[in-house]
Write a protein that binds this ligand. Structure first.
Ligand code: ADP
Length: 589
């Protein structure tokens, strides 16, 4: 066979082949008689270096390399939702049932079932003109997701036939007459994963993506279509946080990419995710989720494929007008795979051995987030893709190159810290080290929809927390006696903010999710307490009595109150005034 490459070197997941003239970067090839899938990542003369996504044990020099002359593509169409895929989009359940626990190499299973029939409902009529991105119809993929079938790239023309009824993804659901020929449209479409899916235009994201977590929504909000980074030292509550996000975040579709290092990390996700319930519908969360998991018996290189496959699937649902949240855990493992391959390619290493293109690669991944006006001119569709990437720096060291490169592109940093988790402060997100660069963008939304003093109130709260950190330092050095009454009130109020506002119990019926209106009221009450305390201190009320006020208990209980009882929560404000007045009268001031 003329077109066969021949292996001349095997180095772990990297295979070098000759007789590869004419092949292109990122073409998919199949290595050896085992048909192991790989991607070309370097070409020089007639030699190609191939990153192989399956174990290369037993592969030897002289064996063939089969070309496809096609890039790595994702299969897109009904059947994606509820799927659990490996890095190269093979459905794990089918692979397991065929090959047992150990994934047999070279096994080929299509990502979308070719047998399953879906009820296609058309949305267009014969003679209608359609273009790339227009909706032709939909399939009720699950009870939670309507899956729109869009006109594929490069096609525009008149509908000459449109069908209705049950079809497999490979059957024709419409025929479109273009300027040159007639094209059969199927529900199955393919997309090269390294190329971002086009949209009409990106729009500024100025709507917060609410999570129900008070520390996030109030202090470090993420915008819809935004990007965030979370480091997750072991035991810091990362898993709980991610599951909470998946459940509660204001998104229609969740894509979760797991690049675990140890096999059991992934097993946890695979076991636990399908058990989660969607709080809004009471249905399994999987009915709006796609999981991609790098199993432990796949080589590290497959992590790269999983990241691109995941983001392509996420973009595809964005193009249907959905708000999609993609969670990648952890991008550090992906970066480690890049480092390993780069080392084997003998490229010039950058920081800590990571390749010089690490930053650019991460940036081009995060840049696929955003709110977009979709391509269709027929329907006015806006979709959002939000990316939350977890990083796992060795030893929790934030100066790590992967963390630093991520922070240059991700606009929110939720600093999950192990010491907070040890002291049972959950979610263990540091209020001093986290930040959000979306604060300015989402301000107008909060001003309009919640209250115009939302921002001034939260900056007052943040000032109190910062002052607390300074004062604690003084207390450590010279003791609490050195503080003035006003300073002790700062400590009192800051403690309230930490314990009664920032701490949130993921397992409490009412505390696990706080609507933004309640977040606002809760913080308002604490700030009101602080202001009253200062005022009454200034007219002579004893600081020791203020520190022991009854109302503190009511403030501490706010978070566990049903948000349907908003009036009851609001009434705490008046009770604060009453108790301060009582103190004043008792002290005869
Ligand atoms: P990690 O994945 O970072 O190792 P986990 O997410 O498994 O850590 O969290 C460890 C433990 O911390 C959980 O089992 C739970 O008891 C506690 N925890 C974490 N987050 C919360 C939270 N928001 N509310 C209450 N408990 C929490």
């Amino acid at each position: 066979m003329e077109n066969l490459g021949r292996i001349i070197k095997v180095s772990g997941p990297l295979v070098v082949a000759e007789n590869m003239t004419g092949s292109k970067m990122y073409d998919v090839v199949f290595v050896s008689e085992n048909m192991l899938m790989g991607e070309i990542i370097e070409i020089s003369h007639d030699r190609a270096s191939i990153q192989v996504y399956e174990e290369t044990g037993g592969v030897g020099v002289g064996e063939p390399v089969y070309r496809t002359d096609m890039p790595l593509t994702a299969e897109l169409g009904p059947g994606l939702i509820q799927s659990i895929y490996d890095g190269i989009q093979r459905p794990l359940d089918i692979i397991y049932s065929r090959a047992g626990d150990f994934i047999t190499r070279g096994i080929m299973v299509p990502a979308l079932s070719r047998e399953k029939k879906w009820v296609f409902n058309s949305l267009v009529k014969v003679n209608e003109h359609v273009e790339y991105g227009d909706f032709l119809g939909y399939v009720d993929e699950t009870t939670l997701i309507k899956h729109y079938i869009m006109v594929p790239e490069g096609v525009s023309g008149e509908i000459i036939e449109i069908y209705q009824g049950e079809f497999t993804v490979e059957e024709t659901i419409a025929k479109i007459k273009t300027s040159s020929n007639i094209i059969d449209i199927k529900m199955l479409q393919k997309w090269p994963v390294r190329k971002h899916r086009p949209y009409f235009k990106k729009i500024n994201s100025d709507i917060p993506l609410l999570t129900g977590y008070r520390v996030i929504d109030t202090f470090f909000p993420i915008a819809k279509g935004g990007t965030a980074c979370i480091p997750g030292p072991f035991g810091s509550g990362k898993t709980v946080l991610q599951q909470q996000f998946a459940r509660w975040i204001d998104a229609n579709v969740i894509v979760y990419i797991g690049c675990g290092e140890r096999g059991n990390e992934m097993t946890d996700v695979l076991m636990e995710f399908p058990e989660l319930k969607d709080p809004k519908s009471g249905e399994p969360l999987m009915k709006r989720t796609v999981l991609i998991a790098n199993t432990s018996n796949m080589p590290v290189a497959a992590r790269e494929a999983s990241v691109y496959t995941g983001i392509t699937i996420a973009e595809y649902f964005r193009d249907m007008g959905y708000s999609v949240a993609l969670m990648a855990d952890s991008t550090s493992r992906w970066a480690e795979a890049m480092r390993e391959i780069s080392g084997r390619l003998e490229e010039m290493p950058g920081d800590e051995g990571y390749p010089a293109y690490l930053g650019a690669r991460l940036a081009s991944f995060y840049e696929r987030a955003g709110i977009v006006k979709c391509l269709s001119k027929k329907q006015d569709i806006t979709g959002a893709l939000t990316i939350i990437g977890a990083v796992s720096p060795p030893g929790g060291d934030l100066s790590d190159p992967v963390v630093q490169a991520t922070l240059r592109v991700a606009k929110v940093f939720w600093s999950l810290e192990a010491n907070l988790a040890y002291s049972r402060h959950f979610p263990a997100i540091s209020w001093l080290n986290s930040y959000s660069l979306y604060n300015d963008a989402v301000k107008e939304y909060f001003d309009k929809n919640i209250h115009e003093d939302f921002f001034s109130q939260k900056s007052e709260a943040m000032t109190l927390l910062e002052r607390e950190a300074e004062l604690e330092e003084i207390v450590r050095l010279v003791g609490i006696e050195s503080l003035s009454g006003a300073e002790r009130i700062i400590l009192l109020a800051a403690r309230m903010i930490r314990e009664d506002f920032l701490q949130q119990n993921a397992y409490h019926e009412f505390d696990k999710y706080t609507i933004i209106e309640k977040q606002y009221i809760m913080l308002k009450i604490i700030i009101h307490f602080y202001k009253q305390a200062i005022e009454y201190l200034n007219i002579g009320v004893d600081i020791n009595k203020i520190e022991k006020m009854q109302i503190k208990e009511a403030i501490a209980r706010m978070k566990n109150m049903d948000d349907k009882n908003m009036d009851k929560i609001k009434s705490i404000n008046d009770k604060i005034d009453i108790e301060f007045e009582e103190l004043r009268t008792k002290e005869e001031i």
